[in-house]
Design a protein around this ligand. Structure first.
Ligand code: GLU
Length: 486
């Protein structure tokens, strides 16, 4: 069992939190919680042109909404900060000095043109387009003289002579090996003094004591380069776990083409955080070969790296929507009322105070809604008729109210509703059901006429419950108004 687990989610704030990033966050979070470790949020904002404060905030907001709490990171603090790469410059300069002292980094004065010519030549020979290490051979005093003269240079990592192939055991993919010839003396610090991704990632991961690096397999090829830095610094190499990519249904990497991908877009469409976590957890991980629905506690209890799949996961929005519908139906009614009211509030139909005033009414509304929606944003349009005056839609008027017998049915319904003793769905139903035989009308016509009069439309939540919720006075008024309009 892994001990003293420290894992991190390290998004680059070049956009909002998307499904793929959220999956990385969920897996790291679940892994930390499973083993009683620490989950660290680090903001990889080294690209000043594409990183924004707004994106950082949006990422944190989406994580909080999902309930992915971090133990260390922005706002949470912690002893291995700062947690923004843009604030870690001095640590990166120290890191370079350590590399130089260890003989693991050297300055390279080669010009871009020289390097390009080399790459061309290497390509022409069909080999790896690696740097020829010319500057690694320079005499010490020449190097010193050129540095003192302020000559433009980058810093390169010196791959140890005879290092051999770089191998590691990935917790997801098993043994992985990269050939020694492919290992470039790659650049760790650019000519403008900024450190590169593969270098800062290791400085940060080592500095933060990260024990397991769980990330997308787009970073697999970076791993051997990062291992070389750990080795140069004499730092323990963490366990790596590389997850396969997420694809759209067309087998292409998940992107905007496949519709909404940001977590907050799903929030705004009425997805519940628990449903989204459940669905995201299944994008490349599973408890067994049959369990689809599980809560957060089960995710934490069962999460393990050895059940992360090597195959790409397919993002299926229909399955996510189905799952959200299940979560909506399974929610305890009172909890659902508290989820629902903000949506009604946003549509201008109710406010939080209404819950206190009419909690029982909202509880009675709950089953009508939960049986019929898969997303919270579907609720307001469906129940608007209970809150606001209605307008009967033209098709309903034509198809139902224009029929022979509709007027008679409505006249009888108004009387029947006035006469109902106990105002409840069963009593209302009994009263309306008496009408067709008494007037020799088809039951369907009677029910449809009342439905259109009450809701304005030929499709609605169950009729008698709706009438009960609307109340006697308003129901009778609507039936009479419909009758008058025929
Ligand atoms: N900021 C990097 C990214 O978002 C982190 C990669 C890593 O986990 O090492 O891709």
């Amino acid at each position: 069992m892994p001990e003293n687990v420290r894992v991190r989610f390290a998004p680059s704030p070049t956009g909002h939190l998307h499904i793929g990033g959220a999956r990385t966050a969920v897996y790291n979070w679940a892994f930390a919680r499973r083993y009683g470790g620490q989950f660290i949020l680090r903001i990889d904002d080294t690209d000043p042109e594409r990183s924004t404060q707004e994106n950082t905030e949006a990422i944190m907001r989406a994580m909080r909404w999902l309930g992915l709490d971090w133990d260390e990171g922005p706002e949470a603090g912690g002893s291995s900060g700062p947690y923004l790469q843009s604030e870690r410059g001095p640590l990166y300069r120290d890191g370079l000095l350590r590399m130089i002292e260890a003989g693991a980094a050297y300055p390279c004065f080669c010009s871009t043109e020289e390097l390009e010519a080399q790459r061309e030549a290497a390509r022409a020979e069909g080999g790896y387009a690696t740097y020829d290490r010319a500057c690694r051979q320079l005499a010490k005093d020449e190097v010193k003289a050129r540095l003192d003269a302020g000559e433009a240079h980058v810093w390169r990592l010196a791959v140890p002579e005879g290092r051999g192939d770089i191998m590691f055991t990935d917790a997801v993919r098993g043994p992985v090996s990269f050939p020694a010839e492919a290992m470039d003396d790659y650049i760790i610090v650019r000519s403008d003094g900024t450190p590169t991704y593969n270098f800062v990632t290791v400085l940060d991961d080592a500095g933060m004591g990260i024990t397991h690096v769980i990330r997308g397999d787009d970073h697999l090829a970076n791993t051997p380069r990062q291992i070389l830095v750990y080795e140069a610094l004499g730092e323990p190499v963490p366990t790596f776990a590389h997850m396969s990519m997420i694809w759209g249904s067309d087998g292409k990497r998940l992107s905007k083409r496949h519709g909404a991908t940001s977590v907050e877009a799903y929030r705004d469409m009425g997805y519940l955080p628990d449903a989204l976590i459940n669905y995201i957890a299944l994008l490349g991980w599973s408890i067994d070969d049959k369990t689809t629905l599980f809560d957060r506690a089960t995710l934490v209890e069962k999460f393990a790296l050895d059940r992360i799949s090597k195959n790409p996961a397919i993002f299926d929005p229909d399955k996510l929507e189905w799952m959200n519908g299940v979560y909506i139906r399974d929610m305890p009614p009172q909890a659902f009322v508290h989820q629902m009211v903000p949506w009604l509030d946003a549509a201008g139909l109710a406010s939080a105070d209404d819950i206190a005033d009419r909690n029982d009414w909202f509880l009675a509304l709950t089953p009508l809604v939960t049986e019929r929606v898969k997303r919270m944003d579907e609720i307001a349009p469906m129940v608007r008729f209970l809150f606001e005056d209605i307008e009967i839609d033209d098709t309903a008027r034509e198809k139902v109210l224009a029929k022979e017998g509709a007027g008679e049915a409505l006249r009888a319904a108004a009387d029947a509703l006035r006469a109902v003793e106990d105002w409840n769905p069963a009593a209302i139903e009994a009263a309306i059901r008496d009408i067709p035989p008494a007037l020799d009308l088809k039951p369907k016509l009677v029910f449809q006429a009342v439905r259109v009069a009450i809701t304005g439309s030929a499709v609605s939540p169950p009729l008698f419950e709706s009438v009960a919720l609307l109340g006697r006075e308003r129901s009778v008024e609507r039936v009479e108004a419909a009758l008058a309009s025929i």
